[in-house]
Write a protein that binds this ligand. Structure first.
Ligand SMILES: Nc1ncnc2c1ncn2[C@@H]1O[C@H](COP(=O)(O)OP(=O)(O)OP(=O)(O)O)[C@@H](O)[C@H]1O
Ligand SMILES: [Mg+2]
Length: 329
């Protein structure tokens, strides 16, 4: 026991044990040194000891619901991750200083935002120069080469545009223009945009959304969200497969569901597919022209609307993506 308490004294994380009665049994040095708990904590109720409101609510929830709670907060310019675990007769709280990690995350995002912004203009210039030369080029061979260069420039522009959209949504800079939209119509617009690609690989598009389903959202953003989900559902499908879109209302949310009968996503990849540039099968994705930004856009659009996105998938059988959007105004 003394080895353990020596370890907890030195360790660079905070630990606190709270009994079912709500009294604090133990807190390590970190908790006191960082000013998160009062020095005189022993045997006192946790809500009198913690100096951070977020922790009081997290512990209250952990004690009453007996499940793991994860949250984060800032205290005296330090950012913390807090995890509350049910343990024995009470609850264990663990605090981790995530300031460096958050700073790194922010600088990574800023870097991507700056680079994307700087690339936008040169790419647009190259594209317009190539278009002009192609028009004037008489030599068939040279024109084919220039057309290839133009296609690659367009791919590059699309990547930069996707990154800029993600950056803006993430920073909250992008203002949403929400209004009541007809979900069935939205889906049929997206189907029309992708019908040719679907027909080329013999995939059937089925719009099962009820005519009366309304969704309160930004039209362009929701169109982009559906476009990415339906594009994936076609691209990762099988010859003769199906894509079905449904919608339902549940507990204050409109749930849009895009299902396919495609290749599915192996379980171990599911936690990562919403990350930027993540692709399950790189060679297949490259062949299909994917960069791995689509689902990141989907996630950020759902989050910026106060919603979320979930996925269920079975390898070899297909996938279902569910987007939850709050119904209220
Ligand atoms: N419906 C689906 N069925 C099977 N795998 C999928 C499905 N949707 C996404 N994936 C997997 O998740 C990865 C990430 O998807 P995402 O849409 O972000 O990227 P992408 O389609 O490769 O490229 P992009 O959308 O940027 O053109 C894909 O590469 C694919 O491996
Ligand atoms: Mg995609």
């Amino acid at each position: 026991m003394s080895i353990l308490s020596d370890f907890l004294k030195e360790v660079d994380e905070g630990y606190t044990v709270i009994a079912t009665s709500g009294r604090v049994v133990y807190a390590n040095e970190f908790m006191v040194r960082r000013g998160i708990i009062k020095e005189e904590y022993e045997g006192k109720p946790y809500y009198e000891c913690f100096r951070v409101l977020t922790l009081i609510s997290a512990v209250a929830e952990g004690l009453s619901e007996k499940r793991r709670i994860a949250t984060s907060f800032e205290h005296e310019e330090v950012e913390y991750q807090a995890d509350v675990f049910p343990a024995g007769d009470g609850t264990l709280l663990r605090l981790t200083d995530i300031t460096k990690f958050k700073r790194y995350e922010r600088s990574k995002k800023e870097f991507v935002a700056n680079v994307s912004h700087e690339l936008k203009t040169p790419i647009a210039i190259i594209k317009s120069i190539l278009e002009t030369i192609i028009e004037e080029e008489k030599d068939e061979g040279k024109r084919r080469l220039l057309e290839r260069a133009l296609k690659r420039t367009e791919d590059l522009r699309n990547i930069v545009e996707d990154l800029l959209i993600i950056t803006k949504l993430e920073s909250g800079e992008e203002k949403l223009h929400k209004k009541m939209l007809n979900a069935k119509e939205l889906v049929s617009v997206v189907f029309d945009m992708l019908r040719e690609i679907a027909q080329n690989i013999n995939v059937e598009l089925i719009n099962e959304v009820d005519e009366n389903t309304k969704v309160y959202a930004d039209e362009d953003k929701l169109n982009l969200l559906l476009l990415n989900l339906v594009d994936n559902a076609i691209k990762y499908n099988k010859e003769g497969g199906k894509v079905v879109v449904k919608a339902r209302t549940e507990k204050g949310y409109v749930i849009l569901e895009v299902s396919d009968t495609g290749i599915g996503i192996p379980k171990e990849h599911i936690p990562f597919i919403f990350e930027r540039f993540y692709r399950v099968d790189r060679s297949r994705s490259r062949e299909l022209g994917g960069t791995g930004l689509g689902l990141s856009i989907v996630k950020h659009i759902a989050l910026s609307h106060g919603g979320k996105v979930e996925v269920e998938s079975k390898e070899g059988e297909g996938s279902t993506f569910r987007v939850y959007l709050p119904q209220s105004i």
